[in-house]
Design a protein around this ligand. Sequence first.
Ligand code: HXC
Length: 517
Amino acid sequence: MSKQLEKIKQLIAKREEARLGGGEKAIEKQHARGKYTARERIDMLLDEGSFEEFDMFKLHRCTNFGMEKKQFLGDGVVAGSGTIDGRLVYIFAQDFTVNGGSLSETMAQKICKVMDMGMKMGAPVIGINDSGGARIQEGINALAGYAEIFERNILASGVIPQISGIFGPCAGGSVYSPALTDFTLMMENTSYMFLTGPKVVKTVTGEDIDQEHLGGASVHSTKSGVTHFTAATEEEAMEMIKTLLSYIPSNNMEEAPRKECTDPINRMEDSLNDIIPDDPNMAYDMYKVIGAIVDNGEFFEVQPKFAKNIIVGFARFNGQSVGVVANQPSCYAGVLDVNASRKGARFVRFCDAFNIPIVSLVDVPGFLPGTGQEYNAVILHGAKLLYAYGEATVPKITVTLRKSYGGSHIVMGCKQLRTDLNYAWPSAEIAVMGASGAVSVLCAKEAKTHEDPKAFLAEKEEEYTEMFANPYQAAKYGYIDDVIEPRNTRFRICRGLAQLATKRDNLPAKKHGNIPM
Ligand code: HXC
């Protein structure tokens, strides 16, 4: 065999060794936990044969605690580029079979390299996390590695989409990289995220809690809102990431990919003419409205289990990707509260950063009152949603279906927040507050002078309802551009989006705004 062939043989052997990560035993252990390896995950996500790996032969430089004997080619992360549906992405997947995927200085360098490439090429970066956190033996170098990653997450924010999959442990400071990215997906039952684990919690606070109840997918998808998506299997998780990418552009200079539309844009949806109950206190399901108006009824919801009183997610109108924000009357009457405001604001900002028009469907009775909300800074969180809408320069269309009262009317994309097209259904009630509240403020004193105060107040309520609980007061002043027939909503939104396609709007020159937190 020639020297050259000998060297090629060595290369092939080295590649095979690197592909085994922490070795066959560790791979078996990973599989026994119901988890795939880093390389298997990358293969599942990327277009077949598209993966171009970087730094397969990179090694860590640590010699503390006998680490020189724990060397694995490529160290604990697999990184590189590939395509999804033919579009370029950069990806890294932490390899739990190598020192528990714990983050070394060299691993951080590999991750930073793909992030830098993503920024240069204007391509999304996807990170699959499965790691025991900072590599303890490396001390401060591991911490510095995290900080390098975080800084890149921050600089890339709003430039390229960043998606984090949590496919195993994600503890300590390592939670901050996913938290800085745009979307997080957690595996049900096999992943968790927390700053301090159950043992530390027990020591510091005395609280007995297991990993799942402290930071499992069930907690972060419902209570904290830390994760946007959950999946029962890794296959399902990869499909969700692909679907998400199909709705968003590769960077902030591009538009989202357009899909051929097979759903007629002038499709009348008669069911909508009959969806608002006669009783204003009766609920209806906003999902039915969304399903009826978007292309083929396809809606990709974000944070479906968190703050269900507001619905956010991606859909298409005439093949164009949009962000839908909608109050949900069948959950707490669609009221806005701390969590709904946080959820809505973050989504609106993502859409605005990435040139995705925002369609808002409004039926909101107001902000939730009470100490629970006030003590948790509903003022600031509500202001955050207001800020997000008012700052957004993408095409904005607001359709008011029923209630739109007071502060919540303003917050949910009213005309003065630079919304381009404001439509209302004939059932819309756009006013300072609901009839009973208004009458109790305006007429309480006078009611006492009447023989039958209750009857007097009821009469005044009717008068108020007649005067204000309609869309025409707002239409009279041009705050509503048109009152539309509900069944025609899809067409009006499609035509509106076509009209707004060339929209140009911007913000005054500034370093950055100071969004309420
Ligand atoms: C070095 C680690 C490690 C770590 C795991 N390993 N975590 N090595 N640094 N942080 C190694 C183990 O020693 C073991 O090596 C292998 O990975 C697999 O780990 P096991 O414990 O056998 O696996 P398992 O029982 O599944 O438990 C997984 C685990 C546990 C729950 C993640 O390993 C664990 O609690 N690790 C520490 C988690 C932690 O406290 N991280 C925070 C670090 S501080 P061998 O050679 O036996 O296979 C931090 C701060 C960052 O992250 C701040 C950034 C701003």
